[in-house]
Ligand binder design. Structure first.
Ligand code: 13P
Length: 243
């Protein structure tokens, strides 16, 4: 099980200190990996404080290039030096700013170059869902990634299915709907020899819906936004996986 916290553009040093103190005071299920994706300014501190409580830090985004004239961006090498071990790639909030499927594939190549694991995010908007095109759309988002040659593809650590209509809206996908998409992803990954890759669900995951989602056969973890900012709620989500 992979239980991941995406803080998005939330948090400062005081928040971070309280967060990891809180994490240290709680008991966490074994046989789970706990990831935390803080804002880049907190990455180094999160890597250190997280290590003390068994949480692994990752970057919310990386640029494909190693360096260059890319104002405001961070390379895979830079976030790795700051302590990141993972990177989110192609989160819908980044895709909304113009990141394409090809950009996401290039980011995975960069992650591989820097020794990071990539957590590739996919997910359809409401219009696509209502047109009954969600499965083809989501599998299409993965095509460029799965077409990468071996060294880059080896850096693919997990995939998160995050339907855009469920992010931050309180409108969670039903466990059955999420499972159906995860099954389609699994079948596609099996063809690529990656059937064992962890498949996370994201979108309004809360303590009270985590158990139903995580008990689906093809849901191997969750990527949590809003509820992950409350360490007690995030811990409750992690514990729900073992219930
Ligand atoms: P919420 O849990 O706030 O819906 O966010 C989901 C998400 O985008 C995690 O990456």
């Amino acid at each position: 099980m992979l239980i991941a916290a995406n803080w998005k553009m939330h948090g400062d040093r005081a928040f971070l200190t309280a967060y990891f103190e809180g994490a240290g005071a709680l008991s966490w299920p074994e046989a789970q990996t706990h990831l935390v994706f803080p804002p880049a300014t907190l990455l180094e501190r999160a890597a250190e404080a997280g290590a003390a409580v068994g949480m692994v830090a990752g970057a919310q985004a990386i640029h494909p290039a190693r360096d260059g004239a890319h104002t405001g961006c961070l390379s895979a090498e830079q976030v790795a030096e700051a302590g990141a071990r993972w990177a989110l790639l192609g989160h819908s909030e980044r895709r909304a700013q113009g990141e394409t499927d090809l950009d996401v594939a290039a980011q995975l190549e960069a992650a591989a170059r820097a020794g990071l694991r990539g957590l590739v995010c996919v997910g359809e908007g409401l219009a696509v869902r209502e047109e009954d095109e969600a499965e083809a759309y989501v599998l299409g988002q993965l095509a460029a990634v799965l077409a990468l040659p071996a060294p880059a593809l080896d850096a693919l650590g997990a995939i998160a299915y995050e339907p855009i209509w469920a992010i931050g809206t309180g409108r969670t996908a039903t466990p059955e709907l999420a499972q159906a998409m995860h099954r389609a992803l699994r079948e596609r990954l099996e063809v690529a020899g990656l059937g064992g890759l962890p498949l996370l669900y994201g979108g309004s995951v809360k303590p009270d819906n985590a158990k139903a989602l995580l008990s689906q056969p093809d849901i191997d973890g969750v990527l949590v936004g809003g509820a992950s900012l409350d360490i007690t709620a995030f811990n409750a989500i992690a514990r729900a996986a073992n219930e």
